[in-house]
Design a protein around this ligand. Structure first.
Ligand code: MG
Length: 164
């Protein structure tokens, strides 16, 4: 008898403020820029959104629950390493990642030259083929907090497959 495949979609969203004196890390890539994202960890807004999508799809809560920002162990944490741990947790529970799709919302800098490296690094952290992880970037044409360069946002979705 064929066993049914159990599909789950997830959504993740994150925002971090832009401040001076911090590196800008997106999708595990450090991008030269005059300001960076503020946060307890490396503030990688893209990886955070991706982790929340994955955890949501698996019914495992969110990154705040898994890696609390009140915990000194996660100060300056490398978010790619946290993503790797999320991937392991999902695999332990029998989930396979079919794909991840994400959008970074940032007025500047131009992110196009870094998108394929972000995909490669996040795919590697999740032990996936690069083709299963996609990243896009958009501006908001000067509108809102992202347009005013006060912060960056990221949205992510994913599809997981597991056994019923
Ligand atoms: Mg965050």
């Amino acid at each position: 008898m064929r066993r049914a495949v159990n599909f789950r979609v997830g959504i993740g969203y994150d925002v971090h403020q832009l401040i001076s004196g911090r590196p800008l890390v997106l999708g595990g890539v450090t991008i030269p820029h005059h300001v960076g994202l503020s946060g307890h960890s490396d503030a990688d807004v893209l990886v955070h959104a991706v982790m929340d999508a994955l955890l949501g799809a698996a019914g495992l809560g969110d990154i705040g629950r898994l890696f609390p920002d009140t915990d000194p162990r996660y100060r300056g944490a490398n978010s790619l390493e946290l993503l790797r741990r999320v991937g392991c947790l999902l695999a332990q529970q029998g989930w396979r990642v079919i794909n991840v799709d994400a959008v970074v919302v940032a007025e500047e800098p131009r992110l196009a030259p870094y998108l394929s490296l972000m995909r490669e690094r996040m795919a590697r952290a999740l032990d996936l083929d690069e083709g299963r992880v996609h990243v896009k970037a958009t501006t908001t044409e000067g509108l809102g907090f992202t347009g005013q360069r006060k912060g960056m946002a990221a949205y992510a979705t994913c599809l997981l497959a597991g056994r019923e």
